[in-house]
Design a protein. Sequence first.
Length: 499
Amino acid sequence: MTQEKTQPTLIMIFGATGDLAKRKLFPSLYQLYLKGSLSTNFAMLGVGRREWSHDRFKEHVRESLEASSHSKEHIETFIEHSFYQSHDVSDSDSYIQLKTLADQLDETFSLKGNRIFYLAMAPEFFGTITDHLKQDGLTDTDGFCRLVIEKPFGHDLPSASALNKQIRQSFSEEQIYRIDHYLGKEMVQNIEVIRFANAIFEPLWNNRFISNIQITSSETLGVEERGRYYETSGALRDMVQNHMLQMVALLAMEPPINLSTDEIRSEKVRVLRAMRPVEGKEVDEYFVRGQYGSGKVNNEPVDGYRDGENVDSQSNTETFVAGKVLIDNFRWAGVPFFIRTGKRMAVKSTKIVVQFKDIPMNLYYNKEHSLDPNLLVIHIQPDEGVTLHLNAKKTSEGVNTKPVKLSYSASSIDGINTPEAYEKLLYDCIVGDATNFTHWDEVRKSWSYVDKISDHWESTKEESFPNYAPGSMGPERSFKLLSDDGFEWWAVGELDNKK
Ligand SMILES: NC(=O)C1=CN([C@@H]2O[C@H](COP(=O)(O)OP(=O)(O)OC[C@H]3O[C@@H](n4cnc5c(N)ncnc54)[C@H](OP(=O)(O)O)[C@@H]3O)[C@@H](O)[C@H]2O)C=CC1
Ligand SMILES: O=C1O[C@H](COP(=O)(O)O)[C@@H](O)[C@H](O)[C@H]1O
């Protein structure tokens, strides 16, 4: 990442005693500090309900950094910039104290009134917090004020619209940074570069040469202790509405006229607008839902989703989604974008496979071997890189062909560990670059697409649940979704063939 020195900033984290702050936010800020990308004039002010002192909070940050960082040398100096306020966000009076502390830190560290408010809390608090930040004068400074909002941004279109309306009373759209951490991933950011910086791909990037595109984001873990949240969300809201559709938009958008935030966003919105809505009974044709049962993974017994804490024993919530997304525009008419995501699957992997159409006449065809299609695979995680699958002549065997792969692995070639998504996104927010955050128009369009699917699913109980085994690649029907169109899922990991 090209780092430039950032402006003095106060980073106020609501939910600073929570899991996200400890696992992602403190380590990311510390990395920025180590790289010199955080101005030495910075302060981090944590807010949580627990009645902790500054020292107790510093201890908490120390634990997080010691567990996550290789370089421990500068932890103590970083911690000197960390402070805490115990504060119930629904208690109006405590915002006055918060303002006093923020103003003091501003003066002590010469922060020039620049503030980032990071809401790492449950969404029901977002509106209350932003109302108070404005009403109680915390946003009334001479510097910039930015608001970072964690997912989920609403539960459906009406709730997201209401939330957006409330937040917009205190912050303008330009000040709002809605996090989608997939947009901070190195290889997701690379999609645009692969497409728009390579003469060999851009002319082929359309329905004349591409037969289908597959996006898989599979996880091996189950829902763990997040049952309460997940019961109201499911994989559709948790992964498809945001991460999966963002990847579709990046893959399908037209080349922007330049790389400015507004131009890129407007091209992404056009894709989301062009997605063919799927509703009512049609949903069963285009989308497949799954829920994992109990079973064995690596010979260890694992519980089914319905056995989890805070999960209804008859739950209708999906832990897996596969779908066929169609984009009705000139470039993509007729090309299915297949997406799938789920918990407790065979591998932890996020990959995009672009499958090119077969060549018009196969000179090398013989009855035993048909030619493999050309594939462009973008490896997003855990490995990061690109593989191009081609056909080449089999050495010393006349005209027989064999598949070959041209591979680029980001870590082995660039020789650096790519920064955590949160590190990149925090940096972008500090420098005021909102490109890799989602604009309200994108959120609105993706909810309106997803709501039609969830409406149908919520009105029809899926009698086959649980319908996939832990450690598999999802329910049988998700394979049929592709085979009905003459395609199949390409492997995303060694274990992918296991159904
Ligand atoms: N954890 C993760 O990996 C991810 C989380 N997110 C999102 O980030 C947000 C936070 O998640 P996570 O950290 O896991 O949640 P946690 O439950 O671990 O933490 C919640 C935080 O909110 C604070 N809090 C709760 N109620 C109040 C209140 N009334 N006043 C002040 N503080 C309060 C808690 O303080 P205290 O404990 O002191 O009461 C705690 O700091 C959620 O929106 C989640 O969806 C998104 C992606 C990944
Ligand atoms: O946003 C979320 O993402 C994670 C998966 O993120 P990844 O970076 O590990 O692929 C998912 O586990 C979680 O349920 C969801 O809320």
